[in-house]
Design a protein around this ligand. Sequence first.
Ligand SMILES: [Zn+2]
Ligand SMILES: [Zn+2]
Length: 370
Amino acid sequence: MSDLEEVPLDTRKGRAAGALSVFLAALSVLAVLCFHFPEYLTTPELRRSYDVALLRRVLEATMLAAAVLGSWALLSGGAKRLGITGIGLTLVAVWMGGANVQVGDFEQPKIAFGLDWLVLALLSNTLVFVLIERMWPHRQEQLVLRKEWRLDLIYYAFNHIMISVILLITTAFSERLFGWAVNADVQAAIRSQPVWLQLIEVLFAADFMQYWGHRMMHEHPVLWNVHAVHHCPAHMDWLSGSRIHFGEVLFTRSTVLLPIYLLGFSEAAVNAYVIWVGIQSLLIHSNVGLDFGPLRYLVSTPHFHHWHHSADAEAIDKNYAAHLPVLDMLFGSYLDNKGRWPQSYGVVGKPLPRGFVAQHLYPFIAPPKK
Ligand SMILES: [Zn+2]
Ligand SMILES: [Zn+2]
C-alpha cells in the first residue's frame, strides 16, 4: 500500500481543502494588492480587455471559497495548520480592503509587473488543469504537489510577472531589426483573408520559427545548456512546462513574433493564436493520458511532447514542434510510438543544479556539452 492510501480519506480531503484554501486566499491577497497599486502591478495590455466590476465579483467569490474551505480543513482534522493559514490570509485580504478598493486616475510607467496576469492565469490554469489531470491522468499515482512543484511555480510566476518586459524586448527586436522589411501591400493581403485561414497560417509561421530555434538549441552545445533547464524536470505536468530559462523565453518569443510582425495578421487572428498557445503549451506538458485519435497527427499532444522530454535513448532530439507535428515529419525528427509512453524524463547525464538562480547561472558556468 502506498503512503497516500494509508491516510484516511477524510484527512486527505481535509488536506486538499486546506491546500486549496491557502492557494485561493494567497491569490486574493495578491489580487487586492493589484487593486491598490494598479499602476505598478497590472498589465496595460490586459487591463484594456477585462471587466473590473466582474473581477471584483470573482475576488469576492474566491475569498468566500477560501474561507469555507479553510473552515472545512480546520474542522476535518489533520489539516489544522493549512485551515488556519487559509482563513488568516483571507482575513488579511479583507482587512486590506477586499474587493472594494478604489483608486483614482493614474499614470502607468513604461514597465509594470504583471501581477494581475499572474493571478488570473494561475487561478484559471490551476482549476482547469488540475481537474483534467485528475479526470484523465497518464500517471494516476502522481500527486498534484509532486517533487519540485515549488520551483516550477517560481518559474511560472516569474515568466508571468515579467510580461511587460518580455513584450517590450520582443517587440523592439522585430521593430528595430526588421522594421525595414514590412510591406503594407503584403500585410493588407494577409488581413483580407478569413480569420480561420489566418490562424492556420500564423500557427505554421510561428511554429516553423519555433521548430528551428528549438532544434538549434538541441544541436548547439552552448545553447543546449540554456535549453537543458526546460528538460530537467523529472515529472511532467501542466506546471512543469513553465521551467524555461528567461533567456530562452526572450529568444523564443522574439523569433515567434517576427513572422507575426512582418506578415501583419489581423488582431482577431493573433488573439486566437495567443489563446491557442496558452492552452496548448500547458496541455502538452500535462499529466494527461488521453488518446487524441487521428488528431494527434495534426496537433501536438501530451503524448507527442512527453516523448520530446523523455530521457529514453530512442527519443533524444525528436518531436520538436510546439503545435504541428507535420514539421517533424517534414524535417525527419518525428517519433510516434503510438500507445507507448516514455519510461523516464529529464536530461541524460549529470543533473542540473536545483533552484531558480542556480539554473539561470548554469549556462554561464557549465562546460558546453550534449
Ligand atoms: Zn527541447
Ligand atoms: Zn516542453
